[in-house]
Design a protein around this ligand. Sequence first.
Ligand code: ZN
Length: 443
Amino acid sequence: MEKNRRQFLRRIAGLGGVATMSAVPFVTNAASQVTVKDIRLSSHKDYVRLVFDLDKVVDHSVFTLNKPDRIVLDLKNTKMTHGMVDRIGANSMIRRIRSGVRNSNDLRVVFDLQQEVKPRSFVLGPSGKSGHRLVLDLHDRTAGSTVSKKAAPKKHQLRDVIIAIDAGHGGKDPGATGKKGTREKTVTLQMARRLEKKINQQKGMKAVLTRRDDRFLRLRARIEKARKYNADMMISLHADSFPDPRARGSSVYALSVDGATSETAKLLAEKENAADLLFGDVNLAVEDEMVKEVLFDLSLTGTIQSSLDIGDEVLRQIKHVNRVHKRQVQQAGFAVLKAPNIPSILLETAFISNPREEKNLKSAAHQKKVANAISKGVAKYFSRKAPPGTWLSASAAEYKVRSGDTLGSIAKKYKTSVENLRARNAMHTSSLNAGQVLKIPVS
Ligand SMILES: [Zn+2]
C-alpha cells in the first residue's frame, strides 16, 4: 500500500515515475534531515508568497485537492518545530495551516484554503544573507479579484470560530441510565444547550448543535453535521457509567491513532461506539480511494495534537467544578472523534452510575457550572490558536501590561471595549499582572 501511495502522490504531483523512486536514497539519519528554520508570508496583488527558510536543499512536491480546497506540500526528509505554522497570520487565501510528520521523517504541510488557488513552487540557493529557500506562491484563480495587502484583515472579513456541540446518544439509544432513572441522552442534551448559550455569549465564537431534540443520530451523521457547519472543533458530551457506584469524576478524551491510553479507555470507546455498529469509515467527499487514505492520515496528524491541546484546556477548567477522574487527557478510538480536519474531544462529564453525580448531572446549577468551565477552556485555546481569518486570531497590536494599568485604561488607549479585550484574551477576571502581554483586538 505504501508503495502505491507514493506512486500515486508522484503522479498527482506531476513528478517522474517509478524509476526515479528507486533512485531516491532511503535516509533515516535525523542529523541529515533538512530543517525548516523559518516560514515567511507576504501578500502581493494577485498572490500570496510563502518562503520556507531551510538549512539544505530540499526535495519537495505540491498538489491541490478540492471540496474543500486544499494545497498539500510535501518536503522529503525534513523536520520543523511543532507549531511553527501557527505563526503565519490570516489572509484572504489561507483559512488554516496544518503540519505533520509523514513516513517517520518527511514533513507534510496542508493549507486549507478560502478559495481555489493555483500553486507554483520553486527552490532558491543561498544568495546574500539568504540561505536555501523553498518558495510557494498561491495565485488567485478568480479573475479580477485581488488579495488584500494589509496584514490585518478588516473586521467584516473576520468570521467566528465555530464550535460543534454534540449531545451524546438520543432517540432509541438512551446511553447509560442512573439508579434514579436519569438517562444519559437527556442530560447530555440539556448540557449541550447550556453550553451553546455560554459559547454564543462569547465574542468571536459561535456554537452549532448536532442535535437539538431527542433523536437518534449515527456517529457518522454527527461528524457530517460538524463538517457541514465548517466547525473548527467538536465537543461530544457524555456521562459515564460503571458497575461500582463509587466511581466518579470527569474525563476528557481525544482520538488516538495507535490505540487507547488505557484498557479502561478502550472499553469505554467500545461501549460508546457500540450504538452505531454500521459506522466504519469517514466520508471525505472524495471519490478516489487512494486520495481518501492519503487525506485521512495527513489530516489526523495535526488534528490530534490540537485535540489534546483543547482537551487539556477544558480539563484545567473542569477541575474547578468537578472532581477529575483522570488528570490527563486520555486517548481512545472513539468513532465520533474521527473527524478529519476537526479537532475533537469527548467529555465524560460525570458518572451517571454514582448517586451523587447522577443528582449533579440533573441539577441546573451544576450543569451551568460545567458549561461555563467548558466554554472557558475552549476560549482559552482559541485565544491562542484560532484559525486564520477569525476575529479571535486577529490582533491590532500587542500590549505589555504595566503596574497601575486597568482593563478600562487599556481599552480606552486602543479605542476598544473591555468586553472585546477580555474576549480576545480569554480573560475571565479583571486582574492584570505587570509584564503580562495582551492581544489588542481588531475593533
Ligand atoms: Zn455516552
